[in-house]
Design a binder for this molecule. Structure first.
Ligand code: XMP
Length: 319
C-alpha cells in the first residue's frame, strides 16, 4: 500500500538512476515546492546538487534570510544567493501590463540563473519543483478551451538553451501531498505550512508600475496582515493570504490633516490546489483591526479594502 515514505524512497532511487554522477542545479524560490524538491534531491545525490536563489527584490519581508538559514544552517545544502534587485527593478521600470511583467521576470530570471550556472561550471540537470497543477494549468484552464490565463513563471526554456535535462520529482503531486512529503523529509512545520508564493513575487501584487519604494510599502503591509493572521491562529486554516498595493490614491484624514495615499487590498482564500478558491470569511472585527494597524503603521497607505471574489471568476493573485 501507498505511503509518502515509500514514495520518497522510490523517488530517491529514481533520481539516483536518472542523474548518475551528473551535476544538478536547482532554482529555489523560497516556496515549499522548490524547497521540498531540493531537499529530496539532496537526500538522493548530496553535494552533486547546488541550489541557486535569485533575490529579485520582489520577495516578502525577511524571506531571503529565512531561505539562507534553512538551506545553509539547517540542511547544509550548497546555496548560491544572487542579489539581482537592481536589474529587476530597472527592467520593470515603466512596465505595467501584467503579462509583460510576467514575461520580463521569467526571462530575466532565466538570464540570471544561466549566468550563475555558468559561473558554477554548468550542470547536466536542472531541478524544478513543478507540481501536477502547474503541469495542467499552464497549458489550459480547467474545463475551458486551451487558453493561457497567466503565463506561469518557472524556468521553462532554460533546459533547451543550456542543454540540460529536467529533474522534476514532484510532477505527480498536489500541494497537500508536497507538504506531507516535506514533513517526511524533516522539513520544519513552519516552513512546510507556508502559504504559496508566486514566482513573479510582489510584482503581480502591485498592479501598475512596480518600484522598489512600492515593494517596500507592500512588504510592510503584508507582514502586518500575516502577523495578525498568525496571532489569531488562522494561518493554517487559510490556503493563501496576502496584501496587494493598488495604483489608486484616495483621500483620508489623519489627526487634523488630509492624506492622499494608496489603497491596500487584502486577500485570503481557502483552496486545496489553487485551481479553485473560496474567500476566507474573517469576522469583521479582525479585518478592522488589520486595517487600523496597516494605516497607522505603513506610510503610503491610507485605506484598506478586502477582496470578496472567489476563483473562478477571480484568480487568486490580482495579475
Ligand atoms: P491564480 O492567480 O492563477 O494562482 O489563481 C493560482 C496559484 O498559483 C500561484 N501562482 C503562481 N505560482 N508562478 C508560480 O510559481 C506564477 O507565475 C504564479 N502565478 C500564480 C498563486 O499564488 C496561487 O497559489
Amino acid at each position: 500500500d501507498w505511503t509518502m515514505a515509500a514514495y520518497r524512497d522510490t523517488k530517491i532511487a529514481e533520481i539516483r538512476e536518472q542523474v548518475g554522477d551528473g551535476r544538478v542545479i536547482c532554482g529555489l524560490s523560497g516556496g515549499v515546492d522548490s524547497s521540498v524538491a531540493a531537499i529530496l534531491i539532496h537526500e538522493a545525490i548530496g553535494d552533486q546538487l547546488t541550489c541557486v536563489f535569485v533575490d529579485h527584490g520582489l520577495l516578502r519581508l525577511n524571506e531571503r534570510e529565512q531561505v539562507e538559514s534553512l538551506f545553509r544552517d539547517h540542511y547544509n545544502i550548497p546555496l548560491v544567493v544572487v542579489d539581482a534587485e537592481e536589474r529587476f527593478m530597472a527592467g520593470l521600470d515603466g512596465v505595467s501590463d501584467p503579462e509583460k511583467k510576467r514575461k520580463f521576470i521569467g526571462g530575466e530570471f532565466i538570464a540570471v540563473f544561466e549566468e550563475e550556472a555558468n559561473k558554477l561550471g554548468g550542470a547536466d540537470f536542472l531541478a524544478q519543483g513543478t507540481l501536477y497543477p502547474d503541469v495542467i494549468e499552464s497549458v489550459s484552464f480547467t474545463g475551458g478551451p486551451s487558453v493561457t490565463i497567466k503565463s506561469h513563471h518557472n524556468v521553462g526554456g532554460l533546459p533547451e538553451r543550456m542543454n540540460m535535462k529536467l529533474v522534476e520529482p514532484l510532477r505527480e503531486l498536489f500541494k497537500d501531498e508536497v507538504r506531507v512529503l516535506g514533513r517526511e523529509l524533516g522539513l520544519d512545520e513552519q516552513f512546510v505550512g507556508r502559504h504559496p508564493f508566486p514566482g513573479p513575487g510582489l510584482a503581480i501584487r502591485i498592479p501598475g508600475e512596480v518600484t522598489k519604494e512600492r515593494c517596500d510599502i507592500l512588504r510592510k503591509a503584508d507582514a502586518i496582515y500575516l502577523e495578525e493572521i498568525r496571532n489569531a491562529g488562522l494561518y493554517d486554516a487559510i490556503w493563501q493570504a496576502f496584501a496587494v498595493l493598488l495604483p489608486v490614491k484616495t483621500v483620508g484624514v489623519m489627526g487634523d490633516h488630509r492624506t492622499y495615499d494608496s489603497v491596500c487590498g487584502l486577500r485570503a482564500v481557502t483552496s486545496t490546489d489553487g485551481m479553485t478558491a473560496d474567500v476566507y470569511p474573517f469576522d469583521a472585527g479582525f479585518l478592522t483591526g488589520c486595517a487600523t494597524r496597516i494605516v497607522n503603521e505603513v506610510q503610503g497607505i491610507n485605506r484598506v479594502v478586502y477582496d470578496y471574489t472567489s476563483k473562478p471568476p477571480g484568480t487568486i493573485e490580482w495579475e
